[in-house]
Design a binder for this molecule. Structure first.
Ligand SMILES: Nc1ncnc2c1ncn2[C@@H]1O[C@H](COP(=O)(O)OP(=O)(O)OP(=O)(O)O)[C@@H](O)[C@H]1O
Length: 342
């Protein structure tokens, strides 16, 4: 089943995947968050956060556990009210049900009625929308046609996740909020889901997604918003975010103490021996990889296996959420965690 078959592309005699603006002028942001603060008791989940998402943008939100990403999505989706500031969804209050007709949501966890069959759930959700996608076509798009007659209670975690994301698109929304859409999926299922998200976006859909997979954000997003401890630390194009990381990584093997070379600002040394003796693996971080390679060559040390790599989103992310020494009572950890560095 191709995207066009369910009307992702307009002009084929099928309805477009994304419905037009329902009276909202095109220059009205699809999502507008203005100076929003949200507290849960003592916890300030969002602290004066502002974010505007225009029609057709695909925005990836990154942040460590507890950063405030899901809270932000819940405000945009109208499930919660901010303590201060304003949230608009296509110009309207997202707590107003009529505004949410433009919206599809996949929360981090989806409770599906266990005794309903997959196609019954799609029918049920689809009937809340005036211009829904055909059930068989939607299931085909997400590669789960063979599950149509299965009760949702019998689905595997990955199958449930695919269904949950499919449900967000059943109403041909203008915008979808996807909270960690591919968590728990294997590589094949993740790629298939990315393809469906890309097709929705290519047809004009707006996407705001959170992810702990930096690879996912790097693959999908054009714009990256980094949130940490309730504050937006960065909001820029993917390229601009990557360019913020001035450091390059030079990987090389040698028995000499290369971490002392001029221009090395950070290094990691992994001791190793080969048949011909000691040959440690160095990861040398430097703002100027060319100059460091010149140093390596002119220093006369023996080395092998030279590799040079530019910044990755992971490095950019870790730098942006890094806690300065002592400011949180720790010794300067990056503020990331196992999940966010996957
Ligand atoms: N209903 C709630 N009651 C109390 N505290 C909450 C509630 N919801 C969220 N919080 C707190 O608000 C902060 C932000 O949580 P949130 O779920 O938005 O983070 P997140 O960035 O989505 O994290 P994760 O990546 O782990 O899903 C956390 O400290 C969390 O414990």
């Amino acid at each position: 089943m191709t995207a066009r078959a369910i009307g992702f592309g307009a002009g084929l005699g099928t309805e477009p995947q994304v419905q037009p603006g329902r009276g909202a002028p095109d220059d009205v942001p699809v999502v507008s968050v203005e100076s929003v603060t949200k507290r849960f008791g003592e916890v300030v989940a969002l602290d004066d956060v502002s974010l505007t998402v225009g029609a057709g943008e695909l925005v990836g939100m990154l942040g460590p556990n507890g950063a405030g990403k899901s809270t932000l999505l819940s405000l945009v989706g109208g499930q919660r009210r901010p303590d201060a500031g304003a949230v608009r969804l296509v110009g309207a209050d997202p707590r107003d049900a009529s505004a949410r007709v433009s919206l599809g949501v996949t929360p981090q966890e989806t409770g599906l009625p266990p005794t309903l069959k997959v196609r019954e759930v799609v029918e049920f959700v689809g009937r809340h929308y005036p211009h829904r996608v055909d059930t068989a076509d939607l299931l085909g798009e997400f590669g789960i046609s063979d599950l149509a007659r299965r009760q949702t209670g019998s689905l595997s975690g990955g199958q449930r996740r695919r269904l949950a994301v499919a449900l967000s698109l059943v109403g041909r929304p203008r915008v979808v909020l996807l909270d960690e859409p591919t968590t728990g999926l294997d590589v094949g299922a993740r790629q298939a889901l990315w393809a469906a998200i890309r097709r929705y976006h290519a047809d004009g859909g707006t996407v705001l997604l959170t992810s702990h997979y930096l690879e996912e954000v790097q693959e999908l997003a054009e714009r990256v918003v980094v949130i940490d401890r309730g504050v937006v630390r960065a909001d820029d194009s993917l390229d601009a975010i990557l360019a913020r990381v001035a450091l390059h990584r030079v990987v090389v093997r040698s028995s000499a103490p290369l971490d002392a070379l001029p221009g090395v600002v950070r290094s990691e040394r992994s001791p190793a021996t080969t048949g011909s003796g000691r040959l440690d693996r160095f990861e040398l971080y430097t703002p100027d990889a060319d100059a460091l390679v010149r140093e390596l060559v002119t220093s006369g040390v023996t080395f092998s296996g030279l590799e040079i790599r530019g910044a990755s989103l992971e490095e950019a992310f870790e730098e942006m959420v890094a806690v300065p020494d002592g400011s949180d009572g720790t010794s300067g950890t990056s503020g990331t965690n196992e999940g966010s560095a996957r």
